[in-house]
Design a protein around this ligand. Sequence first.
Ligand code: 13P
Ligand code: SF4
Length: 357
Amino acid sequence: MNSEIIHHRSYSLRKEQIPPVVVERLDDIERINLKEKIKKKLVERDAVIVSHYYTDSDLQLLTDETGGCVSDSLEMARFGYETEAKNLIVCGVKFMGETAKILNPEKQIFMPDLGANCSLDIGCPVDEFSKFCDAHPDHVVVVYANTSAAVKARADWMVTSGSAVDVIKYLNANNKKIIWAPDKYLGDYVQKQSGANMLIWQGSCVVHEEFKGKELETLRENHPDAKVLVHPESPSSVISQADMVGSTTAIIKAVGKMDAKKFIVATDKGIFHKIREVAENKILIEAPTAGKGATCISCAHCPWMAMNSLKKLLHILETGENEIFVEKDIIDQAKGSIEKLLKFTCNNKRTSLANDA
Ligand code: 13P
Ligand code: SF4
């Protein structure tokens, strides 16, 4: 194996750094009223919503109803880049809002909750990361989308889960040595798929890290007819049992395409909304988390994605609060690494559900 793992420090979060999952509860009347008000405000502000599959199903439905985009992080970035609307409302986490701003500095970008972060972003502080890069100047710096704008500004390439293997294979074919950050599990998976020479940062996703290989084995024994679909931010003990490993979009597509009735899904359970929309007759089972030792961080739902809600969305449309700002020099430096990926994936294949039509 060519990969050299950097052990100088683990970037796992402490429990107190992870907020509880709080889900907004609405009755039908409240929901209808909120949605009507939001729809009017979107028109007044010439705004469109871009949402991730992990957000609340009400937000996903509203996004689709109003001509926005519900997708994985790659297509969220691309949609923001291509839409003509003056304002973008990003329902997701901070790195998604910042990516939208970097690609569209002339647009106003808003998020329902500016506290919606990501453990991978938090676990890759730019100063330490820059030192790490400076210590290995002969390496190409590839960062996952789940990083701050400042970290992207230090990178040569940004990749997403839907594009990481292809980009690293391409760089490896060109004899490049690679710095990979921040997800250690995705980095390890990509290294195994590509055989590339990689230095891997030791960050992790608090949601996917909780999926457990042993409990998955037992679940598979109880459901031998189920196919296992896994997001590559999961540990290798889970990935090794997968029938398909891929981005959120790839997981949704797989349920529609695979000739099976039952699926065990190892990713945030917010995705079940879209899977049910495109494949309503299939049986979906959540992959097991920490079993008896389960805590609130092992409920397969991202606490930061859960911060997005209809009430907060209406609030920002009414007040103009929660705009995303990124410094101009960071935008100028980070744009190149993101645009490189958009061009690369355009030349290969796009990853949206719509492309399958
Ligand atoms: P996708 O790009 O596959 O949607 O992943 C984003 C993410 O944050 C997964 O945890
Ligand atoms: Fe980050 Fe994990 Fe949440 Fe995705 S699910 S946004 S990787 S913490």
